[in-house]
Design a protein. Structure first.
Length: 533
């Protein structure tokens, strides 16, 4: 990693680009060559460890083709007996630490994930590549600099986002706001507030954050509340000029002060289903599009956007990537003995959706592991930028799909986008498929913003029309089956806050404080429907 730091410090930007962003410069054949080479290296490690032999089911694959033919698809249930106990003796390589991601309700609180030294080293270059691509304007352009101010806007270790930032901190390139050792001890609210306070005096250059938080911070400024808690730093000499410049900008524009008036952020990074939905709003607030990345605890970083902020480009060197068509997933989920068809990146088709299956590289634990994420291939390359590998967008979780009458499969993204397009002032929402007599119902539970009202009947009609615009299959429910499946229930203001408080009292993990947007459990819905005290 010292080499990467030296590249930045010495202005060797071509070498820095090649090391951290070179994956955007290769073609699909080169991509697959890297994939095959690293997979065969990983298979040799798997053969020599207990977990690997168990997952290979006694097979001894000698080629990529044999591996894909003989080794079955796995889920976390195949790893739980070993990983939940953090049994390092059975692994391909000894991990340097364990991180966790959200678990399975009623079975285990977390999925424990081992991280090897080599995976961790790769993570540093990958996340630095995120910063470079989020801030550049063209291929080879490197605008980040040593001592850029990096806002700590993510969850700390042992969450994967905290591992990203911890690895970056070890590179000694950037100044963290707050300092990383302090930030990791703070609550999320404390980190955010302290980061903004420090940013007022020092500036903010790089901001990796959660999409909803970026919107919330920006809207707090636009509503006049963004400065309410930073008066304590106004006496600092660097703060007042920044604030005065921001006031002048906003007055000249004839609008309230926004974050973009205070900070000229070089790189803005976010991820998740809501990134695409709020991207225009974030640009309006912060002056820059948020860069979308796709990753998870088990797979680290798998794809990221480039400098045109359109589709995401896959990384070849962190995981072996396979793609299961959604129809194949449906057959496999119904019959565990069914052998689903999987494709490699050079076999995928545009406008098709696939569930992702990964095999870890660099001594990682996972073998043909079903992540549960669905991505859509939007093209086989980006002609405008001369990127010659398939481009993707995150589509949904497989357990976050609502099938209505076999006609349409609605995702979190499509429902969220329809809700946004409706113009309804909502605070939070969740939706699930229910049955009303013999008819399927898409039941949408919405909490309005304080001081606003939602008409269940009127707004049901509005959201229904927006869903029809977004999803032609949904529209067919009405034209072909004369079915309007949407039902809206308005929840009292404070409902989701009350839910979070109850989860905190019960000792729930950060990942389980709110119900999922799609298909919440019955007990979660019952809690939401309990009157707010």
């Amino acid at each position: 990693m010292t080499v990467t730091v030296d590249f930045l410090r010495e202005g060797r930007t071509a070498e820095l680009w090649q090391r951290c962003c070179g994956f955007v410069d290769i073609d699909i054949d080169q991509f697959m060559t890297i994939q095959h080479q690293l997979l065969l290296e990983q298979v040799e490690l798997l053969k020599d460890c207990e977990l690997g032999r168990q997952l290979l089911r006694g097979h001894n694959p000698r080629s990529v083709e044999e591996f894909r033919e003989l080794v079955p698809v796995t889920t976390y249930a195949d790893y739980a007996p070993y990983l939940l106990e953090q049994n390092e003796d059975v692994l391909p390589e000894k991990p340097i630490f364990w991180q966790h991601t959200s678990g399975r309700s009623g079975e285990y609180q977390f999925k424990q994930v081992p991280v090897t030294r080599r995976q961790y080293d790769d993570l540093g270059d990958a996340f630095l590549g995120v910063f470079i691509l989020a801030s550049c304007k063209d291929r080879g352009d490197v605008v980040i600099e040593e001592h850029d101010k990096l806002f700590y806007g993510l969850a700390p270790p042992p969450y994967i986002s905290g591992s990203y930032l911890r690895r970056v901190a070890e590179m000694n390139m950037f100044d963290f706001l707050p300092p990383i050792d302090d930030a990791e001890k703070m609550t999320f609210e404390e980190r955010t507030q302290q980061g903004l306070l420090l940013g007022m005096s020092k500036g903010i250059d790089i901001l990796p954050g959660i999409t909803s938080v970026l919107v919330a911070i920006g809207e707090r400024f636009s509503q006049g509340g963004g400065l309410g808690r930073i008066k304590s730093v106004l006496k600092q000499p660097q703060t007042l000029p920044r604030l005065l410049r921001a006031l002048v900008k906003s007055k000249l524009a004839g609008r309230p002060m926004l974050p973009k008036d205070i900070w000229s952020v070089k790189a803005l990074i976010a991820g998740g289903a809501d990134n695409a939905i709020y991207r225009e709003r974030i640009k309006e607030l912060w002056g820059k599009y948020p860069m979308d990345i796709y990753g998870c605890g088990e797979g680290v970083i798998m794809a990221m956007q480039t400098w045109d902020f359109s589709g995401m480009t896959f990384l070849p060197h962190l995981n072996f990537l396979e793609f299961m068509p959604v129809d194949e997933w449906a057959k496999w989920s119904a019959d565990s003995t069914y052998k689903p068809k999987l494709y490699t990146l050079n076999e995928v088709q545009p406008d098709e959706s696939y569930a992702i299956v990964i095999t870890s590289f660099r001594g990682g634990a996972f073998v043909r592991y079903f992540l549960g994420d669905v991505v859509k291939i939007i093209s086989l390359g980006n002609k405008a930028l001369n990127i010659q590998t398939p481009q993707m967008v995150f589509d949904a979780r497989v357990d976050g799909i609502i099938d209505i009458a076999g006609f349409t499969r609605l995702t979190e993204k499509s429902i969220w986008q329809a809700l946004e397009n409706s113009g309804i002032a909502y605070e939070e929402w969740t939706a699930r498929k229910e049955q009303q007599g013999e008819k399927p119902v898409l039941h949408l539970y919405i909490e309005p913003k304080a001081g606003t009202e939602i008409s269940e009947q009127q707004d049901t009609a509005i959201i229904h029309e927006e869903l029809k615009k977004l999803d032609s299959d949904y529209a067919d429910l009405e034209t072909i089956l004369n079915l309007k499946p949407l039902k809206v229930t308005v929840l009292p203001v404070g409902t989701f806050r009350n839910y979070i408080l109850k989860q905190q009292e019960a000792g729930a993990d950060l990942a389980h404080l709110k119900p999922p947007h799609i298909n919440p459990a019955a007990v979660a819905v019952d809690t939401l429907l309990t009157p707010v005290s």
